[in-house]
Write a protein that binds this ligand. Structure first.
Ligand code: AMP
Length: 284
């Protein structure tokens, strides 16, 4: 497995690849502190692509000043070991100066990410994600990119920038990997104290409640589903709800009525740790 921190060095390697007809380059970007969810992206990429590239970059552009950029877990040696074991070919490891040199002033924004749910709670977030992914796609030159369903709104933003900016890239969405008790794996789960960790599966329980209401009880009033999720979440007094949403999977707007499929999405604070999770639920 190769690593590179230099764009020109990476490009020279990319140009030197002797791909046969139909052989593809797959790419999954990460911020490191890799867990099995990230590794599922890797496995999916290995299945479909002859060459697999990953990146580890804690992107400052997607953190607000009050957020956890400085304390975000960094464990590069362990991460590289995991990627090597899975047979990744190249890991791109840029730093802030390479990605955002002095004078940097170009930003990418998909309107679908703005002002809704994640975009409302973290207004800077999707501009940072869309910008860094556009830059990484331009550098890495992948045929396929792999993103986790765990970050559902991010997936829609990526699908929109690929479509709207005419990128010749296929976006593959990989299912959310969960712990045995349902908690979605996340690098930020490391922040949870023992007490908080024990309470964290309430988010998954609330998603399951929404799924049960829609699928088994045929509830079609989205407000009732939101109330159902909030009821479950409020059983844990330490949980502060940021949103418990029933969204259109296309527009990411809150729906009034549950028709065909909807995206059920939750964000909470558990102490100082932010947890997000989601499920796509089919009503018909
Ligand atoms: P991050 O390192 O948090 O920026 O995540 C990098 C990629 O891994 C994104 O596409 C995430 O959606 C994906 N990812 C994170 N957690 C999970 C999970 N539990 N299951 C599947 N994919 C995940």
């Amino acid at each position: 497995m190769l690593t590179s921190s230099s764009i020109s060095e990476y490009r020279a390697w990319r140009k030197s690849l002797k791909l046969k007809d139909g052989e593809l380059v797959g790419f999954f970007p990460t911020m490191g502190a890799l867990h099995e969810g990230h590794l599922d992206l890797c496995r999916a990429a290995k299945e479909k692509c002859a060459v697999v590239v990953s990146s580890i970059f804690v992107n400052p552009a997607q953190f607000a000043p009050h957020e956890d950029l400085d304390k975000y877990p960094r464990q590069q040696e362990e991460d590289l070991k995991k990627l090597r074991e899975l047979g990744v070919d190249m890991v791109f490891l840029p730093n802030n100066e390479i990605m955002y040199p002095p004078g940097y002033d170009t930003w990418v924004q998909a309107d679908v990410g703005s002002g809704r749910n994640e975009g409302a709670v973290r207004p800077h977030f999707f501009r940072g994600v869309a910008t860094v992914c556009t830059k990484l796609f331009n550098i890495v030159q992948p045929d396929m990119v792999f993103f986790g369903q765990k970050d559902a709104q991010q997936c829609v933003v990526i699908q929109h920038i690929v479509r709207d900016l005419n990128m010749d890239i296929e976006v593959v969405i990989v299912p959310t990997r969960r712990e045995a008790d349902g908690l979605a794996m996340s690098s930020r789960n490391q922040y949870l104290t023992g007490e908080m960790r024990a309470k964290a599966p309430v988010v998954y329980k609330a998603l399951c409640k929404a799924k049960e209401m829609i699928e088994a009880s045929k509830e079609r009033n989205a407000d009732k589903v939101r109330e159902g999720m909030k009821e479950v979440l409020s059983q844990e007094p330490l949980v502060q709800i940021q949103y418990a949403s029933v969204l259109s999977t296309d527009t990411l707007l809150e729906v009034e009525e549950v028709e065909s499929k909807v995206l059920i999405a939750i964000a909470v604070m558990l102490g100082s740790t932010r947890l997000i999770d989601n499920m796509i639920v089919h009503s018909g």
